[in-house]
Design a protein around this ligand. Structure first.
Ligand SMILES: NC(=O)C1=CN([C@@H]2O[C@H](COP(=O)(O)OP(=O)(O)OC[C@H]3O[C@@H](n4cnc5c(N)ncnc54)[C@H](O)[C@@H]3O)[C@@H](O)[C@H]2O)C=CC1
Ligand SMILES: CC(=O)[C@H](N)C(=O)O
Length: 433
């Protein structure tokens, strides 16, 4: 049997290359280095939820900077036209594993993929693993633009059989579960949010366990409450959220960790702060103001905020958010000491955000009419501590407040300049009809 040769375009993650360079001096021919990186990436995603001696030895070699071991192992694997002859059980196991993934790439289902995070993640994963291997799903009618970019399937997360059929028919390996009602909307419809956010999660968790999938479900700063330390909020502390959204997320975190310890489910969870994006609309959260403010600043030069001026909340740019999902999903299971991690970007208040916007739009004005979302925000972390993600899997946010504002304004400005351009942008940005 032959070891597949992985195409070069999958070998270009600057992040992984820089990690590798920490351990391997770069006097090597760059082509070799890229080859090594690619193999590590493949090995990393390929074997992570199995107890895999081959994988472990590769990773340990990397961690210790033992270049000889690493290069020797990868040399065996990267022999493009060589037959894969090895009597060591670990290498045979690796081969078996590659046989299981189509062309060595995972097949990924994203639920709730027409929301703020889903279409961006589909784009990121399709670039990495191929358009046809990433299945977007939701209960809404997608735009033509979405269906032209790759597979889209109707999937109601409350329908166990429907999800089961998709997982089996499309031979899904990874499940990213994004379907949810966000904090403000959930508070207005507790019954429905308990169904979607709790029952829906039960369905995906049970199926992921049954079919041995790698499962990612995001959590949030909303999983903390007023009794948690709020500045900063560490990874592990008291969690007594006061919203149904937060209660459902704590339930998800605990259940996922329980399934992991009891059954070995490869559950992964990141707690996100408010996420800022310009190409999709926010889904009804408490942090949505930090997106709407840019639209209103560009359109009217004015924004009426539903939070008080001094309400500090953690936020991150969507590019950082999506990169964090890709990075945690590619980590080998054995290298993750924990299953749930805080990740963040930067914390700011409405006043501070307004001041930053005013650097580009000097006439921008903001006033304040706090509503029911103020009470929610007051129970959430002000500053999020993601030290453990930084230590355990080298997480690093790239957007500070200045860059976040600049990118948001640059992305959105065309929407509010020329009518024709605006029309085009709205058409391409919309995920559903
Ligand atoms: N956007 C943010 O700032 C943050 C998001 N998160 C989490 O990330 C995940 C994705 O969030 P967003 O994309 O912002 O949410 P969103 O509200 O924009 O999208 C959620 C999607 O779920 C779908 N959905 C609702 N009911 C469904 C059902 N029964 N079956 C299938 N799909 C259904 C909706 O149609 C929608 O497209 C959620 O779990 C959310 O809690 C966590 C922290 C921050
Ligand atoms: C922080 C979140 O989970 C979300 N953006 C919300 O505000 O509900």
């Amino acid at each position: 049997m032959e070891v597949p040769l992985y195409p070069i375009y999958r070998l270009n993650s600057p992040h992984t290359i820089s990690q590798l360079n920490t351990f391997l001096p770069l006097e090597e021919n760059p082509t070799d280095i890229h080859t090594v990186v690619g193999l590590i990436q493949d090995v990393r995603f390929g074997v992570s939820n199995l107890a895999f001696p081959m994988f472990r030895s590769t990773f340990i070699a990397l961690s210790k900077g033992d270049r000889n071991v690493l290069l020797r192992k990868t040399a065996v694997l990267s022999g493009s036209n060589k037959n894969f002859h090895s009597s060591t059980p670990s290498l045979q196991a690796l081969q078996r594993h590659f046989d299981n993934y189509d062309e060595g790439r995972p097949r990924i289902l994203i639920t709730g993929s027409l929301g703020q995070l889903g279409s961006g993640l589909a784009r990121v994963f399709r670039q990495k693993y191929g358009q046809e291997n990433v299945f977007m799903s939701d209960i809404r009618k997608p735009s033509r633009d979405i269906t032209s970019r790759g597979p889209y399937i109707f999937a109601d997360v409350l329908d166990y059989k429907c999800l089961q059929k998709i997982i089996v028919t499309h031979r899904i390996d990874w499940l990213v579960h994004f379907s949810a009602l966000l904090s403000a909307v959930a508070e207005q419809n507790v019954g429905l949010s308990m169904k979607v956010n709790i029952e829906g999660t039960h369905n995906v968790m049970e199926l992921a366990n049954q079919y041995g999938l790698r499962l990612f479900i995001p959590s949030t700063i909303a999983a903390f409450g007023p009794e948690s330390p709020r500045n900063p909020t560490p990874n592990l502390c008291i969690q007594r959220p006061k919203t149904i959204y937060g209660v459902a997320k704590v339930h998800t975190e605990l259940l996922g960790e329980y399934y992991h310890h009891k059954y070995g489910l490869d559950f992964r969870c990141l707690r996100f702060p408010g996420v800022l994006s310009s190409d999709t609309h926010p889904g009804g959260g408490t942090t949505d103001y930090a997106i709407q403010i840019f639209h209103d600043a560009l359109k009217n030069g004015h924004y009426t905020n539903y939070l008080r001026p001094d309400t500090r909340l953690p936020m991150m740019h969507i590019d950082d958010c999506l990169r964090s999902v890709a990075e945690i999903m590619e980590m080998p299971s054995e290298a993750l000491p924990q299953r749930t991690y805080n990740v963040t970007g930067v914390s700011f208040t409405p006043v501070e955000l307004g001041e930053e916007i005013r650097k580009s739009i000097p006439h921008f004005m903001q006033d304040y009419r706090p509503d029911h979302r103020q009470a929610i925000a007051e129970t959430w972390p002000e500053v999020f501590d993601d030290t453990e993600a930084q230590q355990d899997w080298n997480w690093r946010p790239e957007f500070d407040l200045e860059r976040m504002c600049q990118v948001m304004l640059d992305d959105l400005r065309p929407l509010y300049q020329e009518p024709a351009m605006k029309y085009l942008r709205v058409l391409t940005a919309s995920c559903y009809e």
